[in-house]
Design a protein around this ligand. Structure first.
Ligand code: KIV
Ligand code: ZN
Length: 457
C-alpha cells in the first residue's frame, strides 16, 4: 500500500439494504453462505441484517456474528431501545460488533412519517446513541434522508450524536436525489462544521434512483468520506444502492483520479455476483458494469478485430482482475471475419481466405435471422457449407486448436456437439463486398480488414 493512498472502508450492505429489494430476501443459510463469500471478497464491514425486523433476520445476524470473524458485523436498528437491544442481542458474540442506528432528519420525514419536531428528533438521536454506546463501542449513526435535510439542522443532529459517542457518521442519500457536486459539498460542510468530526469516520450511502449512486459515492470520497456503503450487483431498495464492484474498480482502473485503497480481493468479485444471483434468483442485467455477462463480450467486428490484436483496445481492465474467466467474442451480425475465423479455429477448423469468405457470407445471413450465432449453429453451417462437392478451394483438415486464442470455447467433442464432417472442398461463389459488389477472388489481407470494418459498422 503506498503512503499517499487513503484507505477506504468498504461497508457491504447486500444482506440488509440489498435484501430489501423486491425478490431478494434470503434465509439464514443463504445469508450465511453469502457472508462467507463477502469475507473472502475482503469487505471491511458486513451489515448482516435488521434484527428487530423478523425472527429469521435476528437468527441470521446471530449466526453470521458467530462464525464470520474477520470483518466487522453490523446490525441495523431504529433509534429506539427495543431495536437497539435486539441488535445487540444478535451481535454480541461477534468478534467485532457494530450497532448501526438510524433516524430520519428531513422535514418531510419528521412531519409525515415520524410526526415529531426537530427538537424531538435531536433528543431521540442523542438518547439512542447514548444507549447503543452503553452496549457497544462501535456505533454508527445515519440521518435518514440526509440529502433532503436542512444542512444547518443536519449539522445540529450530527453534533449531538458525535457528542453521545457515535464513531461513524453515515450520510444517506436515501431517495437517490443528490448529484455528485452537491453531495461532495455536503460532505465538505459536515467536515467543516460538525464538532468533533476529526474523531469519527464519515461514510456515504447512496441510492441509485437517478443512476448516480456510484458517482455520488465517489464524490463523497473525494470530499473526505472514508467509508462507502454499497452492495454486490448494486441491489437494494427501489433502483438499488451504489454497486461495490463499480466503486472498487473505478478506484483500481483510475488511480490517477481516485487515489484510494480498499481491501477488496478483485478476483472474488465475479464469484460474489454469481452467488448472489443464484441465491436470489435475480439475474444480473446483461450490460451491468463489471459483473454483467456482456461486460467483457465483444460483438462488433471493429471491436473484435481490435480486441484480438490487443485487448487493451477495447478493455480497460482484464476479466481476470474481477474473477471473470475470460473475455467473450459474441458472434452476431456485427462480427467480422477475424473473429469468425478464430472461433472456427477454436472449434477445430481452419479455412483459407476463400473458404472463409464463403462461410462468412452464410454466417451473416444466419446472424441476421437469429441474432447470436452459437457454436452449434456454426458447426452446422460449416457442415452445410461443404456438403456440395466441386469447389476448388480446399478446406484445411479439421484441427484441434492447441490453445483457444480467445475464450475457453470447448472443442466440439468436449461440448457434446457432433464433430463436423471430414473436409470436402467448398463451393466457390462470386465474391462480393459488404455492398454486394464483386471483388477479385485474390483479395489480400488489407481488403479483409476493410470489409471487416464495413461489416462491423
Ligand atoms: O437509505 C437509507 O437511508 C438507509 C439507512 C437505514 C442507512 O438504508
Ligand atoms: Zn439505504
Amino acid at each position: 500500500m503506498s503512503a499517499e493512498r487513503a484507505r477506504i472502508t468498504i461497508f457491504d450492505t447486500t444482506l440488509r439494504d440489498g435484501e430489501q429489494s423486491p425478490g431478494c430476501s434470503m434465509n439464514r443459510q443463504e445469508k450465511l453462505h453469502l457472508a462467507h463469500q463477502l469475507d473472502r471478497l475482503g469487505v471491511d464491514v458486513i451489515e448482516a441484517g435488521f434484527p428487530i425486523a423478523s425472527d429469521g433476520d435476528f437468527e441470521s445476524v446471530k449466526a453470521i456474528a458467530a462464525v464470520v470473524r474477520r470483518p466487522i458485523i453490523a446490525g441495523l436498528a431504529r433509534a429506539c431501545r427495543p431495536d437497539i437491544e435486539s441488535a445487540w442481542e444478535a451481535l454480541k458474540e461477534a468478534a467485532r460488533p457494530r450497532i448501526h442506528v438510524f433516524l430520519a432528519t428531513s422535514d418531510i420525514h419528521l412531519q409525515y412519517k415520524l410526526r415529531i419536531t426537530r427538537d424531538q428528533c435531536v433528543e431521540q438521536a442523542r438518547e439512542a446513541i447514548r444507549f447503543a454506546k452503553s452496549l457497544c463501542d462501535d456505533v454508527e449513526f445515519s440521518p435518514e434522508d440526509a440529502t433532503r435535510t436542512d444542512p444547518d439542522f443536519l449539522c445540529r443532529v450530527l453534533d449531538a450524536v458525535v457528542e453521545a459517542g457515535a464513531t461513524t457518521l453515515n450520510i444517506p442519500d436515501t431517495v437517490g436525489y443528490t448529484i455528485p457536486s452537491e453531495f461532495g459539498d455536503l460532505i465538505t460542510t459536515i467536515r467543516q462544521r460538525v464538532k468533533g468530526i476529526e474523531g469519527v469516520v464519515i461514510s456515504a450511502h447512496c441510492h441509485n434512483d437517478l443512476g448516480m449512486a456510484v458517482a455520488n459515492a465517489l464524490a463523497a470520497v473525494a470530499a473526505g468520506a472514508r467509508q462507502v456503503e454499497c452492495t454486490i450487483n448494486g441491489i437494494g431498495e427501489r433502483a438499488g444502492n451504489a454497486s461495490l464492484e463499480e466503486i472498487v474498480m473505478a478506484m483500481r482502473v483510475r488511480p490517477d483520479r481516485f487515489a484510494y485503497e480498499t481491501g477488496v480481493v478483485g478476483d472474488q468479485i465475479f464469484a460474489a455476483s454469481q452467488m448472489l444471483s443464484e441465491i436470489t434468483g435475480v439475474p444480473v442485467q446483461p450490460n451491468k458494469a463489471i459483473t454483467g455477462r456482456n461486460a467483457f463480450a465483444h460483438e462488433a467486428g471493429i471491436h473484435q478485430d481490435g480486441y484480438l490484436k490487443n485487448p487493451l483496445t477495447y478493455e480497460i481492465m482484464t476479466p481476470q482482475s474481477v474473477g471473470v474467466p475470460d473475455s467473450k467474442l459474441v458472434l452476431g451480425k456485427h462480427s467480422g471475419r477475424h473473429a469468425l475465423s478464430i472461433r472456427c479455429e477454436q472449434l477445430g477448423y481452419q479455412f483459407d481466405r476463400r473458404a472463409l469468405d464463403d462461410i462468412y457470407r452464410r454466417f451473416v445471413r444466419l446472424a441476421d435471422k437469429i441474432k447470436k450465432v452459437e457454436d452449434h449453429h456454426l458447426l452446422e453451417l460449416i457442415r452445410d457449407t461443404h456438403k456440395p462437392s466441386g469447389s476448388a478451394t480446399p478446406l484445411i483438415e479439421p484441427m484441434v486448436a492447441a490453445k483457444a486464442a480467445v475464450g475457453s470455447v470447448p472443442s466440439p467433442e468436449a461440448s457434446g456437439e457432433p464433430a463436423a464432417e471430414p473436409t470436402k472442398p467448398f463451393p466457390v461463389g462470386p465474391q462480393t463486398n459488404a455492398f454486394g459488389v464483386p471483388v477479385p477472388s485474390d483479395s489480400q489481407h488489407e481488403q479483409t480488414q476493410q470489409e471487416d470494418y464495413l461489416w462491423g459498422v
